[in-house]
Design a protein around this ligand. Structure first.
Ligand SMILES: Nc1ncnc2c1ncn2[C@@H]1O[C@H](COP(=O)(O)OP(=O)(O)OP(=O)(O)O)[C@@H](O)[C@H]1O
Ligand SMILES: [Mg+2]
Length: 274
């Protein structure tokens, strides 16, 4: 997949020099990244790097975790998003699927989906969206009347994503959607992310499965201790095995190296300058 610098005035997401604090703890130290509209962008990084914090800042949910933006800006579709309360962020087309596939365990699948629809959007539009979501995840239709807590881990992740899609987001924020899932189930989730993107939704994907993230995204950022230490088109990142060792603490053989990348040898990874 070829990644190019976003055109000026791109209507996607732009995070610039973002600083986030949890009281005295500085979790993000000036993070900048972009998600051009229509793209899938991945954020990689070890535990505690600040990946979830980044999504919380974008979705306006930091305050629920006693966190606060301490500097920088977040813009979405040309307008400022920093400081916008969570429900208004959803209304503006940005929805987060939290880590840990949190579903309402005692509610049915159907009720969980309904909870994801925007309050104002009733009737036909909601019904159509529901049909689309069930088309993406047929298992949710089969389990519509079951309690969400009885679903398997993979099914709960599908429900968490499906619930987020009920708000018809233009940008979906996914926090480690394949964590703890069997490889086949993870692959199924990955296929769905591709399909959601193909239908026009931009995706900011946090993933601990490096190979999966690099295969889905066009551009990836590596976070370490609250800072972007590396970013580039995923084809180039995938070719650099030292990326895994140095920044992700992953040992073992690198993924398949694209022939074209090998031919060019090791290159300086490009940055999207702001
Ligand atoms: N509610 C909180 N209060 C205080 N510190 C927090 C809070 N949430 C996160 N942190 C700290 O902020 C830093 C970044 O955490 P964050 O959860 O964003 O990392 P992460 O990259 O998502 O990690 P993981 O891979 O474990 O999910 C860590 O040092 C973490 O301990
Ligand atoms: Mg996290």
């Amino acid at each position: 997949m070829e990644a190019t610098a976003p055109p000026p005035g791109d209507a996607g997401l732009a995070v610039s020099e973002l600083v986030v604090n949890y009281g005295p703890v500085r979790a993000l130290r000036g993070v900048s990244l972009r998600v051009p509209s229509g793209s899938i962008v991945a954020v990689l990084g070890a535990n505690g790097a600040g990946k979830t914090t980044l999504l919380r800042a974008i979705s306006g949910t930091l305050r629920f975790h006693r966190g606060a933006v301490g500097g920088g800006t977040i813009t979405w579709a040309g307008a400022r998003l920093s400081g916008v309360p969570a429900p208004a962020v959803v209304a503006r087309g940005v929805t987060q699927v939290p880590e840990g596939r949190r579903v309402f365990a005692r509610m049915t699948v159907e009720e969980n989906l309904r909870a994801g629809a925007l309050g104002a959007r009733g009737g036909k539009a909601a019904a159509r969206t529901r049909e689309e979501v069930l088309g993406l995840f047929p298992v949710l239709a089969e389990r519509a009347r079951q309690r969400a807590g009885l679903l398997s881990g993979g099914e709960q992740q599908m429900l968490a994503i499906g619930r987020a899609l009920m708000a018809r987001p233009a940008l979906l924020l996914l926090d480690e959607p394949t964590l703890g899932l069997a490889p086949l189930v993870a692959a199924r989730i990955a296929e769905t992310v591709k399909e959601i993107n193909a239908r026009g939704t931009s995706v900011l994907l946090i993933e601990q499965n490096v190979a999966l993230a690099l295969s889905l995204a066009s551009h990836a950022y590596v976070l370490a201790v609250g800072e972007v230490v590396l970013d580039g088109p995923t084809a180039e990142l995938a070719a650099g095995d030292e990326v895994r060792r140095r920044y992700l603490g992953v040992a073992g053989p690198p993924g398949e190296v694209p022939a074209e990348a090998t031919a060019r040898g090791r290159r300086t990874l490009t940055r999207w300058s702001s």
